[in-house]
Every structure is written in structure tokens, then in C-alpha cells.
Design a protein around this ligand. Structure first.
Ligand SMILES: Nc1ncnc2c1ncn2[C@@H]1O[C@H](COP(=O)(O)OP(=O)(O)OP(=O)(O)O)[C@@H](O)[C@H]1O
Length: 415
């Protein structure tokens, strides 16, 4: 078992991990989730004794990693698949690790087979693809046949077959009674792989519960209701009746309605009472991804803004509409950087910067007055389709519920 108690890590005035307490138990796959920069890798490094906590402590089987007797036989980890001597053949890389830990050479060939790299075992790892590098890192983690395994983004770069293989590997390791702690940003994959989740945001614990409980606690079930596409007025009529009955109705992109606050039989009765035929009435549970987004939305450090393409758009005559994008050709009427071979500068270069100063800079042309981004962050997603009354436009999900008592109510930025 891995146990962290009050784990805190500061780098100068930056607090990467703050007062983190959790346990990772044997016999199940525990997913470790959190937005970019939330402190997952830092936590894993502290578990492995690669970083010292500023406060608190973390143990594996009751010992700090550095005090574990024969640690490489007890704990295996994949932190950074690129942390390999690229000039060394894959087999030699594993052999050197094995020798350092007193592991017999035949085990190297076993793990090469397990990860499917036996045919390239004598090739230098610097020529490996991202996915092959991941497999080599997983082989290194398995080398000592350890009881505790940590994987930081193990499916990064793997093809679908590789992802399925990692999923089954994690599950089988856990089924053998091992402790498996795995970080990932792929929610759909975590939903299929993990039994339990530890979620952090800005270095603090947001959740420590089973996947099932996490989804139930952070998402509301809803009904999908679909009326005949050919009669949009029926959809409006039903939406009005459902709203009047106390339901909350949101339009889905495909024209269906997402209804919360009313049980399915009641929705059916209301549809019958208003003489609206239904093409679909089905119960739904939000996905792990939706639940995760809902929980972590207040703890995301890096958000994209909408690309306004300022200065890249041709000026349109007053009243003209921008042309429709052509599949495979981008947006007609939008400048693309001229190829450098034709004397153009690939990007707008500052005055006096090499190139040919007499070449007119295509970006210097008058740009239309594109709308300015709102102050702060703009959502990465395009605006939802305009809703027609009485259907409410989709709204941002509610603020994350109060995290467990081990964490403050709001993920406070402790930096
Ligand atoms: N050696 C370091 N020196 C200074 N700051 C660091 C150091 N290592 C990590 N940090 C900072 O600590 C925070 C947590 O980083 P960490 O890599 O642990 O996050 P993460 O959850 O693993 O992110 P990602 O999902 O993007 O991999 C980040 O803000 C990062 O910039």
C-alpha cells in the first residue's frame, strides 16, 4: 500500500502539492487524475524518493522509498518513457537495470516478450517511436516483478491495440493483488481501467473514491427525449410542458432534449398528455469525463482562448458574410503563410530580420475589426447552438461539490 500523509512540495514560491493525504490499496487499479500542472508527477516523484517533500511524508508498505529493502524488487515505475540512454539497445538498457538490482538476465527477455518488443530488443531506443518507448518503460517497471507499480501516463503514444493491452495489463496486475497507481488524462480509458480514483487540483485532494461513486457524486442522471425531427413545434411544445412541470430542459446538439428533475414515467405521461409523440425516451448517466470536468473546472490552470485570427482575415466589404470553409481547403479568403520557397516569409518577421524586406508582408494588410476576446478566459468550445424558447441554452455545470473533509471546500490556490 502507498500512503501519503500531509504531503506538501514547494519549489521556491511555487506550491506544487499541498497537504495531500491518501492511500493506494492493493488489489485494484487506482487512477490518479488532475488537470495539467496539478501536481501528479510531483506526487509520484515524492512517492519514489526522487523529490523530498517540503512537509508530510509518503510511504510504501510502511517505508519511505529510500528505506525500502531492495526497492527495485518491490516497486516498479514508469515516469518518463524518454528517460532512457538512447544509444543503448533496448535489451541492454533493461540488462543494466537488472544488473543494478540483482535481477537475472533471463527476466529481461521475459519482460521484452510481455511488452512485445522482443523483435526490436537489439535496436537502439533512440530510434523508437513514442509507443515503443512507452513499452520499454513498462518493461523496466515490470522487471523486478514488483508488488507496487506506478505509471505516469502509460498509454501516451500507444495505438489502440497498445491501449487495450495496457488496460488489460493494469487490470491483471491488480487482480494478482498488486498495488497499481496510474495517472492519465484519458477519461474514457480511466473509466474502463480504474476501480478507484484519486483526483487532485492545484496540488490538493479533490476526491478519493470509487469510479462509480465519483460519477454518481459529480453528475446528475438525465433523460434524453427525442421528438419527431420533422415536427420541430412538437419539441417546443414538449419542452414547455416539461419546464412547467418542474423539469430542467437543455437542447442537445442532435436536436434531442436533455431533461433533469423529472422521472422517466412522468416525462412519458407529460408527452402523452400534450399529445407529443416520442422517438426516444432513455435514461442516461454522465460519463467519467463529464463528472471529472465538472469537479475540476475550478482547478484548471491552463485554458485555451478562442483563436480570433486577428490580422489574418481579408477585409470583407460592408455587409458581406465570410465564406463557408471548404473541406480540406480551409476557409476561402483567409491568407495562408506563403511557402518560403516562393520568396515569402513563413511568418511575420520583425523589421530588419533577414529575408527580403521588399517582399510585402501579407499580414500587414488591413485586418477587419474582429471581435475582441472577452477579458479573462474564453471557452475553447464554440458557442452552443442558439436555443429557442422555452428550451434553456446549455449552462456551465454547477460549481464542484464540496470536496471530502480532507480538502478545503474550494480548491484554494496556495501559491
Ligand atoms: N522542478 C520543478 N521546479 C519548479 N516547479 C516545478 C518543478 N516540477 C514541477 N513544478 C511545478 O509544479 C506544478 C505541478 O507540476 P506537475 O508536473 O507535478 O503537474 P502534473 O499534474 O504532473 O502536470 P501534467 O498533467 O501536465 O503532467 C507545475 O506548476 C509545475 O510547473
Amino acid at each position: 500500500m502507498i500512503e501519503a500523509v500531509g504531503l506538501t512540495k514547494r519549489y521556491g514560491d511555487k506550491t506544487a502539492v499541498y497537504n495531500l493525504s491518501f492511500q493506494v490499496r492493493p488489489g485494484s487499479v487506482t487512477g490518479f487524475l488532475g488537470p495539467n500542472g496539478s501536481g501528479k508527477s510531483t506526487t509520484m516523484r515524492m512517492i519514489l524518493g526522487l523529490d523530498n517533500p517540503t512537509a508530510g511524508h509518503v510511504t510504501i508498505g510502511g517505508y519511505p522509498y529510500r528505506k525500502l529493502p531492495n526497492a527495485p524488487r518491490q516497486v516498479g515505475a514508469l515516469l518518463d518513457a524518454k528517460a532512457v540512454h538512447g544509444g543503448r539497445a533496448a535489451r541492454n538498457h533493461l540488462l543494466s537495470l537488472a544488473q543494478l538490482s540483482g535481477i537475472p538476465a533471463r527476466r529481461v527477455d521475459e519482460v521484452l516478450g510481455v511488452v512485445g518488443l522482443q523483435d526490436v530488443a537489439r535496436r537502439r531506443s533512440k530510434g523508437f517511436s513514442l509507443g515503443m518507448g512507452q513499452r520499454l518503460g513498462i518493461a523496466a517497471a515490470l522487471l523486478g516483478d514488483p508488488q507496487v507499480l506506478l505509471f505516469d501516463e502509460p498509454v501516451n503514444g500507444l495505438d489502440p491495440e497498445g491501449i487495450l493491452w495496457v488496460r488489460n495489463l493494469m487490470k491483471s496486475l491488480a487482480a494478482e493483488g498488486r498495488t497499481v497507481f496510474v495517472s492519465s488524462h484519458l477519461m474514457s480509458e480511466m473509466a474502463l481501467t480504474a476501480d478507484h480514483l484519486i483526483v487532485i487540483g492545484r496540488g490538493q485532494l479533490l476526491a478519493d473514491m470509487s469510479v462509480k461513486d465519483f460519477i454518481a457524486a459529480n453528475s446528475a442522471g438525465f433523460a434524453r427525449v427525442r421528438t419527431p425531427d420533422t415536427e420541430p413545434q412538437l419539441r417546443e411544445k414538449l419542452a414547455g410542458a416539461l419546464t412547467e412541470a418542474g423539469g430542467h430542459v437543455l437542447p442537445e446538439q442532435d436536436g434531442a432534449l436533455r431533461v433533469t428533475g423529472l422521472p422517466l414515467p412522468r416525462i412519458s405521461d407529460i408527452a402523452h398528455g400534450t399529445d407529443v409523440r416520442l422517438w426516444e425516451l432513455s435514461p442516461h448517466q454522465a460519463s467519467l469525463e463529464e463528472a471529472y470536468m465538472r469537479m475540476t473546472q475550478g482547478a484548471v490552470d491552463y485554458r485555451s482562448t478562442t483563436d480570433q485570427k486577428e490580422g489574418l482575415q481579408q477585409q470583407l466589404p460592408p455587409g458581406a458574410q465570410p465564406p463557408m470553409p471548404v473541406p480540406g481547403q480551409g476557409q476561402p479568403g483567409w491568407y495562408a503563410p506563403p511557402p518560403p520557397q516562393q520568396g515569402g516569409q513563413p511568418f511575420a518577421a520583425p523589421q530588419g530580420y533577414g529575408g527580403a524586406p521588399e517582399t510585402p508582408n501579407p499580414y500587414a494588410q488591413a485586418a477587419p475589426q474582429a471581435p475582441q476576446p472577452a477579458p479573462g478566459h474564453a471557452p475553447a468550445q464554440p458557442a452552443p447552438p442558439a436555443a429557442q424558447s422555452p428550451v434553456q441554452p446549455p449552462v456551465a455545470p454547477a460549481a464542484p461539490p464540496a470536496p471530502p473533509t480532507t480538502a478545503p471546500t474550494e480548491p484554494k490556490d496556495v501559491r
